[in-house]
Design a protein around this ligand. Structure first.
Ligand code: HEC
Ligand code: HEC
Length: 426
């Protein structure tokens, strides 16, 4: 009997409790949704402003240069031309030291560390991979937003002042959108206005579909949506083979243990001894050297010889859209870049300058006292004048053909996202 009564009353009670709790819940959910929707809209607005600032020349002292002048959106944020270093400064007559890197996949660059232990390393998580990560060729900067401060005011780049940047954003046709996103008084004060610009650029750089699209042919291949050609397949094998290119040791080509798509960099800082580039004006001074992690741009390791000559391993995604390679833009074809790897120590005369008595100055862009820092693992290991290069001429072509599969835009959408969706709803 009791049982029965309960059976009869409980659905009513249950319905009452349910509708009451739904009503309460609904209120909170609506409030939470509103807060979330507002935050989302703010981020979207900031991102859109960032996109516009990125290509807006009024933020430079010259009035002629924007971020896009050096990081061209049409080339996946690689430089727009074949110059080793881009013009900059108030009159666009300054020249910096380095070739602008692509900005794609910068969200994958880990913060800088002196000693990096990789938990995703198949071999052993206790191996010290040495200095790793950080933005800039020397790893000196940690996040996109902090990074944007540098080009806006750097003498070689946009050469503006913080007040100049603040004035530009106040005059921009989209100034009101910044106020909507960050507060109506955010542009009143120069320093806050400058920070708002930097924040908007940082928000834009976090737009994954723009900066981390994962839409290359190689991504299609890894997710089962495309075949590589015979040549590309040979190139991939040579790229991975430890006794041939050994490129994947630093430019990782395999997915992580958790399925993360490869970015073709382990972000290690390495000395490859790229030849000195006479096209860079600062290099006319024979006493000047760009030593990467030990300076001159990076300051914290100036007194530590073991950091001299080290530059951060770049991603090779979208590398075929570049026309100047390595930190100093020394080479202008992918083929020459690979040729350099396999013959650096076999035919040094081909790569390095000659001294007064016609002797080759080996590793001419790194003073001799730092030569112990130079990487000598494969493909360099065992190479000396007279040795056979690890890659033949046709094998070099294969590796280049493979690197061309790393260009985004082959697919319309990120195939890993579809893969994750399928895994979640089998
Ligand atoms: C005059 C050319 C030039 C302009 C203009 C320029 N950059 Fe750069 N950018 C470079 C160079 C060169 C580097 C590499 C600097 C280094 O390694 O010291 C770089 C590096 C970067 C990096 C780090 C990338 C990485 O992989 O480490 C980011 C992010 C970046 N720039 C964003 C911007 C933004 C945002 C703007 C506009 C506010 C901008 N750049 C304007 C030349 C430029
Ligand atoms: C020991 C680590 C290491 C290995 C092995 C290695 N690389 Fe690199 N790679 C780097 C570093 C570091 C740089 C940047 C060096 C610099 O600019 O001074 C670089 C730069 C490059 C660049 C220029 C990219 C750009 O944006 O300008 C290309 C192309 C390249 N590597 C291809 C290859 C190929 C192909 C192989 C195999 C034959 C290979 N790498 C092997 C570390 C490595």
């Amino acid at each position: 009997m009791r049982q029965n009564t309960r059976m009869r009353t409980s659905p009513i009670l249950f319905a009452a409790i349910l509708s009451l709790s739904l009503a309460i819940c609904d209120k909170y959910v609506t409030a939470a949704n509103d807060a979330w929707a507002q935050a989302y809209q703010r981020t979207q607005a900031l991102r859109e402003v960032g996109r516009r600032i990125f290509s807006d020349p009024t933020f430079s002292a010259s009035g002629k240069q924007s971020c896009a002048s050096c990081h061209d959106p049409a080339r996946r944020y690689n430089p727009p031309n074949t110059l080793a270093v881009q013009p900059g400064g108030a009159d666009l007559r300054e020249r910096g030291l380095r070739s602008p890197p692509t900005l794609t996949y910068i969200n994958r660059v880990p913060p800088y560390e002196n000693h990096h232990y990789d938990s995703d390393e198949e071999a052993d998580g206790s191996i010290d991979n040495g200095p790793t990560g950080g933005l800039g060729w020397d790893g000196r900067i940690d996040t996109g937003a902090a990074q944007a401060e540098i080009p806006l005011t750097a003498k070689f780049e946009m050469a503006n002042t913080r007040a100049g940047v603040a004035a530009a954003i106040r005059k921009a046709p989209y100034a009101q959108r910044v106020r909507d996103a960050l507060g109506s008084d955010v542009l009143d004060d120069d320093e806050r206005a400058f920070k708002a610009v930097v924040r908007a650029l940082g928000a834009f750089e976090e737009d994954y579909t723009e900066f981390s699209p994962y839409t290359s042919k190689y991504d299609a291949f890894l997710t089962g949506g495309a075949q590589l050609s015979e040549q590309e397949n040979r190139g991939l094998a040579l790229f991975n083979d430890e006794s041939k290119g050994n490129c994947a040791q630093c430019h990782r080509s395999a997915r992580g243990k958790d399925g993360t798509p490869p970015v073709f960099s382990d972000y290690g800082l390495i000395a490859l001894a790229v030849p000195r580039n006479g096209a860079i004006p600062r290099n006319r001074d024979p006493a000047f050297f760009d030593l990467g992690a030990c300076g001159p741009e990076r300051k914290d390791k100036a007194a530590q010889a073991e950091y001299c000559g080290l530059f951060r391993t770049p991603t090779l995604r979208n590398v075929s859209l570049r026309s100047a390679f390595f930190h100093n833009g020394k080479f202008h074809s992918l083929r020459d870049a690979v040729q350099f790897y396999v013959t650096r120590d076999i035919t040094p005369a081909r790569w390095y300058a000659k001294g007064a008595r016609e002797q080759v100055i080996a590793y001419d862009d790194l003073p001799a006292r730092y030569h112990p820092n130079i990487n000598r693992e494969a493909p360099f290991a065992g190479q000396a004048p007279g040795a056979t290069p690890r890659l033949s001429q046709s094998e070099i072509d294969d590796v280049v053909a493979f690197m061309r599969t790393l260009t985004d835009g082959y697919l319309k959408d990120d195939p890993y996202r579809a893969e994750r969706k399928r895994a979640a709803n089998p």
